[in-house]
Design a protein around this ligand. Structure first.
Ligand code: PAF
Length: 287
């Protein structure tokens, strides 16, 4: 497995499958890499902790940097190369100018209207779209793999690629199912910040989502399902930021035209912010 630091070394990996990450790789990332490898000879994993997607009060500085173990995880899962660019490679114009550019991007409506991550992390999707677009330009990949755990991110990137199909012709975004711990907690690089009591409480998120799935079977009563989710989160000592059921495509309110729905949660526990989501069955043809 080759470790690439400079963009000039990327051309042999054109048209590979791409797995963009910020490192701190866990089984969820390994599963993305394995799925990419199952359909492509060459899999390029990128590791870049992107400063422009973190707000000023967020955890950029303490985001885990674990390159040595990341290389092992990526190689074992079947990656052919890892691209670990410097900040100058990704943002040759400098950080200040890159931040201004991220703030000025015209984002798809799913990045600004739902009032989910966009409400709590207002500069986040500008930075995500900026860095993912830059990685797509540099890597010229054929497919890009993203996990469903960051569901709004997945929808935003899918819309960006659809809108800019002339810029990345033939690029497909491949969504991959969330990988969970045996007790149901979605795998996340931030789980390592949970101490044992907090880790025990964190199960509240998947319990709340399961409850939403169960109580909406047959009849979709959105307000009472959302209230149930909040009650379960609070009973586990968590502070919900949102616990909602939305149209699974627009992430806006479910309407009679919705063909799929999604329950989505963001909640904090101590100072750790966790997100997760599940599909909610609707009694109509699916998305
Ligand atoms: O999901 C992530 O790890 C990041 O947001 C991404 C897509 C790699 C962009 O930095």
């Amino acid at each position: 497995m080759e470790i690439i630091e400079r963009a000039e070394k990327l051309p042999p990996y054109r048209a590979s499958a791409l797995v963009p990450t910020m490192g701190a790789l866990h089984e969820g990332h390994a599963s993305l890499i394995r799925q990419a490898r199952a359909s492509s000879e060459r899999v390029l994993v990128t590791i870049f902790v992107n400063p422009t997607q973190f707000g000023p009060a967020e955890d950029f500085a303490r985001y885990p940097r674990t390159l040595e173990s990341d290389c092992r995880v990526a190689q074992d899962a079947g990656a052919t190369a890892i691209f670990v660019p410097s900040i100058e490679t990704v943002y040759p114009q400098g950080f200040e100018s890159a931040s201004r550019e991220a703030a000025a991007l015209a984002l798809p409506r799913v990045a600004i209207l739902p009032q989910l991550e966009d409400a709590f992390r207002p500069t986040h999707f500008g930075g995500v779209c900026q860095v993912v677009a830059r990685l797509f330009d540099l890597c010229a990949s054929s497919q890009a793999y993203f996990g469903e755990k960051d569901f709004q991110q997945l929808r935003v990137i899918t819309e960006m690629v659809r809108r800019e199909h002339a810029r990345w012709p033939g690029l497909t975004v491949v969504p991959c199912a969330t990988v969970r711990e045996p007790d149901g907690l979605a795998m996340s690089s931030r789980n390592r910040f949970l101490d044992p009591p907090a880790r025990a409480c964190a199960i509240g998120i998947s319990r709340a989502l399961n409850e939403a799935r169960e109580c909406t079977r047959g009849v979709l009563d959105v307000p009472s399902a959302e209230a149930r989710m909040r009650t379960i989160l609070e009973a586990h000592g968590m502070t919900p930021q949102y616990a909602v059921i939305r149209d699974g495509s627009t992430l806006e309110a479910v309407t009679e035209h919705s063909r799929c729905a999604r329950a989505l949660i963001a909640a904090t526990l101590d100072r750790v912010r966790l997100i997760d989501n599940v599909a909610i069955a609707l009694d109509r043809p699916a998305c």
